[in-house]
Design a protein around this ligand. Structure first.
Ligand code: SF4
Length: 947
């Protein structure tokens, strides 16, 4: 099958011969000119000749107007200056709204809409008739839409706040529109629609227009046209200066039912067809059509790989006759990684998204760093991210590591600039910048410094190119900001820079006319390929919903003939049917994965093809291969080295609890010391509540240590003392000891929670103070040997608080901020996660780790201090209730609270410990996974265990 561009080149060459060089040929996209030139070269047998003048529609229109296209930011800024006179508001709040307004003005002009009529405010029925009667003569539907809209919105009576706000702005829009355009004209600039409209309205039928004199304009492959384009086409048609070459197939052209042909039918009727002999019956020729559905995008890419291999097996090569068409640009990178080696050359017309490059990631991190600066300090998240960036690590690895270690060790949340003073590069990176101008200089300094690598490797070349592209955009944006004459907040500047760079693509160095072609759907216009692979062909992306935001209500858009969703669908139908008309093999793939953004529904055009076309459509599903192989259990034998480490270990209750939970978890955490990536939270989190509570109580009770009658002093503590202790404690926990920290809303919430907990404890201690006690120590560590089976291990613990009660008993207080409960099944059950049912069967009965810890402290302290010991579990959140008791309660002991650790209970604890240590130190018993998978849900190592 001949291609459309080849046939068009033949037709033009037949008509103009060597004179083809004098033609102005206008294509809808830029890609077509390359292929057209190639076709021409073939037709002329390579004879030297001047190539025709190729233009895009925008190029042509701009060449006909004295106005320059304004930079987008400049255009929004000028609009702001006018709008602000009517509705004052800060620029940063206006910016997005301004972009929408600008887009509306653009549409109004491209569709030659009477802005005064559109932006009219008419509630009176007679006024509606008189104002719109002429405009919509014989268009009852449009008239009804306008009438309905205004009667609903502007009816007498109470209007909602939104309606009043809408009308207030709406009434000013025509004045804003007119004044804005006048101002742009003074500046000699315009937006796209304004320039199009100027050109369209400058065309006077019957007059000789010097701009077109002696020229012939050939419009090739256009489809949907705006009103300005139609007027220009009409003018050129009338004057004989325009020729029209439409790209269509009779399959969708001849049938009124085919939406794909809607615009072409109108265009040929109005402007004629200068190449009626082009082959128009390609669609119904034999084709192999296949639809492949996959459960994910990754598998879609894998399916693509296989498809390309198949093509290679059949043809022996993959060349420019094979095109991969992406309807979702986000798939570009995975697709690039899914090209088999058989496709030696590639041509990617979409360009590499700058936002996916390593230099852009660096810029993004710099912007985040500067956006989050607080009183000259940097957020640890931003700092750690930058320190880990490869370019920073490459030039200051040791310094970066030292700072990262310091932050992690001290758990510093807000990092002061003096952390970086030992290294010049880090000093330059980690300095706050005060305004937009300084930010621009800062970006230039850091990026150019990190881009200047003395290497000519491919990576270095690419890095320089990406950094150059970023800096080019930064400088251009800076120039525009200066021209605007508007004070730009740093946040808006950063947002603008991100928007600009998000759209920036760095061209690939490809093989435009020989390699496998990868492109977006718009780039396929006018091009034909033997093998077409359409990816992500779901309804969400094809046709998708391209309704942009607009201030013009839907009814008025319809009445005034602005593009509708139906037009959008017709346009996509055209892209689809046109592209497949001349192919021999079509593969359509889509991922059926659905989430909150996509339905995973196949495109409606696939259904149409299947049910309406004469072609058979083969279908296949690529399913996930589920691996049914059981996950191998993990067990670690105790090597001599492990035994050595065990022997050297001190056993705190937290380690024993871990071993009881899962021996393998104990092995990972305590023998191998595998660390889960340490995370410093941006603000105080649930886990930090515990640390803050402990530290606050330590600060609050420290002055009381050793003083008689602690309860009385505790009762006298004021709310301000508690608040002060909690805030100092938070600063300590956040690594800002001694500093005044500014609390965000969430942190204030945490502070209030801790204050409440402390207050609960204070009240409880004061209440218990009926019997006086002395605080003997805070956060005291104690160690004691424990002998079993001829061995000795060290038991250790840190008691949160030790009180001496009036009768000489030691109260060992353990603060808990979580939802711990003082109840436990039995002392035996504290050492295992198994209990026995009434029927004597084993069942899962999780051990109470908090009680085990408290009782072990009581055991150790009692032994060391030779005193009676009372274990006390201070569950802070439950202590507000009047009958709260901190004593552990043993269910198997008739719910008796453990007032004192009785000898038989101490003996039972010692038995439990002996059993536990005997197993732990048995070299023949490996570390195995817990039999209770419930435990795995909250385990840091579940990825290793695949549980
Ligand atoms: S995931 Fe489960 S089995 Fe593995 S270490 Fe953690 S608790 Fe043990």
């Amino acid at each position: 099958m001949k291609k459309f561009l080849t046939e068009t080149a033949e037709s033009l060459y037949a008509a103009y011969g060597a004179g083809i060089s004098d033609l102005y040929i206008i294509f809808p996209g830029k890609r077509a000119r390359l292929f057209f030139n190639e076709a021409l070269l073939e037709i002329t047998g390579g004879r030297p000749m001047w190539q025709p003048r190729y233009l895009s529609m925008d190029d042509l229109v701009r060449s006909l107007s004295p106005l320059e296209t304004g930079d987008r930011l400049r255009l929004v800024a000028e609009l702001y200056k006018i709008y602000d006179r009517y509705h004052p508001e800060p620029f940063d709040r206006f910016f997005r709204w301004g972009e929408m307004l600008l887009s509306d003005f653009d549409t109004i002009d491209k569709y030659l809409i009477d802005a005064a009529a559109l932006y009219a405010n008419v509630s009176d029925l007679r006024e509606i008739e008189s104002r719109f009667g002429g405009l919509f003569a014989e268009n009852d539907e449009a008239m009804a839409l306008v009438r309905g809209f205004w009667q609903t919105l502007d009816r007498p009576g109470v209007k909602s706040v939104e309606q009043q706000q809408f009308l207030k702005i709406w009434r000013s829009l025509h004045s804003i529109y007119s004044e804005y355009k006048a101002r742009l004209r003074e500046l000699g600039i315009g937006y796209g629609g304004m320039i199009y409209r100027d050109v369209a309205e400058s065309l006077a039928p019957g007059d000789t227009d010097e701009r077109f004199a002696g020229k012939t304009f050939c419009f090739v492959g256009f489809n949907a046209l705006n009103e300005c384009e139609k007027r220009l086409f009409g003018y050129l048609k009338e004057t004989g200066a325009g020729r029209f070459y439409w790209d269509y197939d009779n399959y969708f052209y001849r049938s009124e039912d085919q939406e794909a042909g809607r615009f072409i039918r109108r265009n040929t009727a109005r402007f004629g067809d200068d190449a009626p002999d082009l082959a128009r019956d390609n669609f119904e020729r034999p084709k192999r059509i296949e639809v492949i559905s996959t459960p994910s995008d990754i598998l879609q890419c894998k399916a693509l790989y296989r498809e390309l291999e198949k093509i290679y097996e059949q043809q022996g090569f993959i060349d420019k006759e094979t095109a991969i068409v992406l309807t979702d640009e986000n798939l570009l990178l995975p697709v690039l990684h899914s090209i088999p080696p058989a496709a030696a050359a590639l041509n990617v017309t979409m360009g590499y998204p700058l936002a996916n490059t390593v230099p852009y990631m660096l810029l993004e991190r710099l912007l985040m760093l500067q956006s989050h600066v607080r009183e000259g300090h940097f957020s640890h998240t931003d700092v750690l991210g930058l320190l880990a960036h490869p370019y920073v690590a490459e030039q200051a690895a040791a310094a970066a590591k030292a700072v990262a270690d310091r932050i992690n060790t001290w758990q510093t949340v807000w990092v002061p600039p003096d952390f970086f003073e030992d290294n010049d590069l880090l000093c330059r990176i980690f300095r706050p910048v005060p305004d937009v101008e300084q930010l621009q200089l800062y970006i230039e300094d850091i990026l150019s410094g990190l881009g200047a690598v003395p290497s000519d490797s491919e990576e270095a070349r690419q890095r320089k190119e990406f950094i150059f592209t970023i800096l080019d955009n930064v400088i251009r944006l800076g120039n525009t900001v200066r021209e605007c004459g508007i004070e730009l907040p740093t946040g808006i500047y950063i947002s603008l820079l991100r928007q600009t760079l998000a759209k920036t693509r760095v061209p690939y160095e490809g093989e435009p006319l020989s390699g496998l072609q990868i492109m977006g759907i718009l780039e396929t216009r006018n091009l034909d390929f033997d093998n077409v692979i359409l990816l992500s062909l779901t309804d969400d992306t094809f046709p998708g919903n391209r309704e942009g935001s607009s201030y013009i209500p839907f009814n008025l858009r319809q009445a005034f003939g602005l593009p509708t969703p139906q037009d959008h669908e017709a346009m996509y139908a055209y892209y689809f049917y046109r592209l497949i008309a001349r192919c021999r093999r079509l593969t359509m793939m889509y991922s059926s994965a659905a989430d909150d953004k996509r339905t995973g529904e196949q495109s409606r055009y696939i259904y149409q093809l299947e049910y309406e076309s004469p072609h058979a459509v083969e279908r296949s599903n690529i399913n996930l291969r589920i691996d049914y192989r059981p996950v191998e259990p993990i067990s670690v034998a105790k090597s001599p080295e492990i035994m050595r480490r065990l022997a050297a270990m001190e056993f705190y209750p937290s380690k024993l609890n871990r071993y009881i939970d899962c021996p393998l978890k104990f092995y990972f955490a305590d023998i191998e010391r595998l660390e889960t990536p340490e995370q410093i939270e941006q603000e105080v989190t649930h886990l930090d509540v515990g640390n803050t509570l402990h530290r606050a109580l330590e600060l609050l009770y420290a002055p009381l240590v050793g003083r008689p009658d602690a309860a009385r002093h505790i009762a006298a503590l004021a709310a301000a003392d508690i608040r002060d202790a909690v805030e100092r404690s938070m600063a300590d926990v956040m690594g800002a000891r001694g500093q005044q920290i500014e609390l965000s809303g969430r942190m204030s919430l945490h502070r209030d929670i801790v204050i409440r907990y402390v207050e609960n404890i204070r009240r409880f201690d004061a209440r218990e103070g009926g019997a006086p006690f002395i605080v003997e120590g805070l956060e005291r560590t104690v160690k004691h040997p424990f002998d079993f089976g001829g061995r000795s291990v060290t038991l250790a613990g840190v008691a949160d608080r030790i009180d001496r009660l009036h009768d000489g008993t030691l109260r060992i207080v353990d603060y808990k901020s979580g939802g711990d409960t003082p109840e436990f099944v039995s002392v035996e059950n504290l050492f295992s996660d198994e209990g026995v049912t009434r029927d004597g069967e084993l069942r899962y009965e999780p051990h109470n780790g908090a009680v085990l810890q408290t009782l072990l402290y009581a055991l150790i302290f009692g032994t060391v201090e030779h005193a009676d010991v009372s274990p006390a579990l201070y569950v802070a959140r439950k202590m507000g209730v009047p009958d709260f008791s901190p004593r552990p309660v043993c269910k198997s002991d008739g719910m008796m609270p453990v007032e004192r650790l009785r000898p038989e209970q101490a003996a039972a604890l010692a038995d439990g410990l002996e059993r536990l240590f005997t197993t732990l130190f048995d070299a023949s018993v490996p570390f195995v996974q817990t039999a209770h998978e419930q435990k795995c849900a909250v385990c840091d190592f579940r990825n290793i265990c695949r549980r």
